[in-house]
Design a protein around this ligand. Structure first.
Ligand SMILES: CC(C)(COP(=O)(O)OP(=O)(O)OC[C@H]1O[C@@H](n2cnc3c(N)ncnc32)[C@H](O)[C@@H]1OP(=O)(O)O)[C@@H](O)C(=O)NCCC(=O)NCCS
Length: 214
């Protein structure tokens, strides 16, 4: 397994938070967003109480979407994974859930790098029936806001090289991004989280690639 695959957000590490150390409520409040078609959806930090919502959402992810999200076939989740994904500390690990009428329809999460506090692995998943309505974009934007509040300045996304929807979702963040590595059909990109969206032009990309701040 190459390093890009190892760093996909949600590869459950050997040591999780000790039981009882996870707060029950998220630090961010619920935010309403309007999707294409004037549909109002609620975004809020995932808590252990949302376990049912999270599992129902997982059931509505197709095998293809699960493969794109986890980069490995994922017919089911283990109890350890469920706890890891739903019992987050909202600082080093944040998860924003989208719901409508109590139905879980998407999750975006970041997990801070253990060695570099400024960078975090990011992943987004929207249930198949809700894709292409602006949900992924809204989730990633909200997650980026939460990340900046917690001192994360860069996201690292590891995904299939051919995952056009995720590339488009990243572009819609209007933030500088660059390819860090490609291997075996998997690409790792790094996204710089800015306070304000920027017009991402070729010269700006070249400056970012060259490591020039701005
Ligand atoms: C990637 C994903 C989160 C995008 O969510 P979404 O709610 O469909 O995204 P949005 O509706 O906000 O669309 C964002 C952009 O992606 C484009 N897009 C969405 N689905 C697409 C598709 N199937 N084919 C081509 N473009 C697509 C949209 O047109 C939009 O681009 P635009 O601004 O050029 O119009 C969703 O496709 C998904 O959950 N995929 C499976 C899991 C996954 O791949 N996760 C990423 C790994 S980290």
């Amino acid at each position: 397994m190459d390093s890009a695959v190892r760093s996909v957000a949600g590869s459950v590490p050997h040591a999780g938070p000790p039981p009882g150390s996870v707060p029950d409520t998220g630090s961010g409040s619920a935010v309403p967003v309007t999707l294409h078609g004037d549909v109002r959806v609620r975004l809020q930090p995932l808590t252990p109480a949302d376990r049912g919502l999270y599992l129902a959402g997982f059931e509505h992810l197709s095998p293809e979407s699960r493969l794109k999200r986890f980069l490995t076939p994922k017919p089911s989740l283990t109890e350890r994974e469920i706890r890891y994904f739903t019992e987050v500390d909202h600082h080093d690990h944040e998860a924003i859930a989208a719901s409508i009428g109590g139905e879980g329809i998407g999750v975006a999460r970041y997990i801070r790098d253990a060695h570099d506090a400024g960078i975090a692995d990011v992943a987004v998943a929207v249930v198949d029936g809700w894709q292409r309505r602006g949900m992924g974009t809204a989730l990633l934007r909200r997650l980026a806001e939460r990340a900046r509040e917690e001192g994360v300045s860069r996201f690292r996304a590891t995904m299939q090289w051919a995952n056009r929807p995720m590339f488009a979702t990243i572009r819609r963040l209007q933030a500088p991004w660059r390819t860090v590595s490609t291997s075996g059909g998997v690409v790792e990109v790094e996204i710089r989280l800015l306070r304000e969206p920027v017009e991402w032009t070729a010269p700006a990309a070249a400056r970012f690639e060259a490591g020039i701040a701005g």
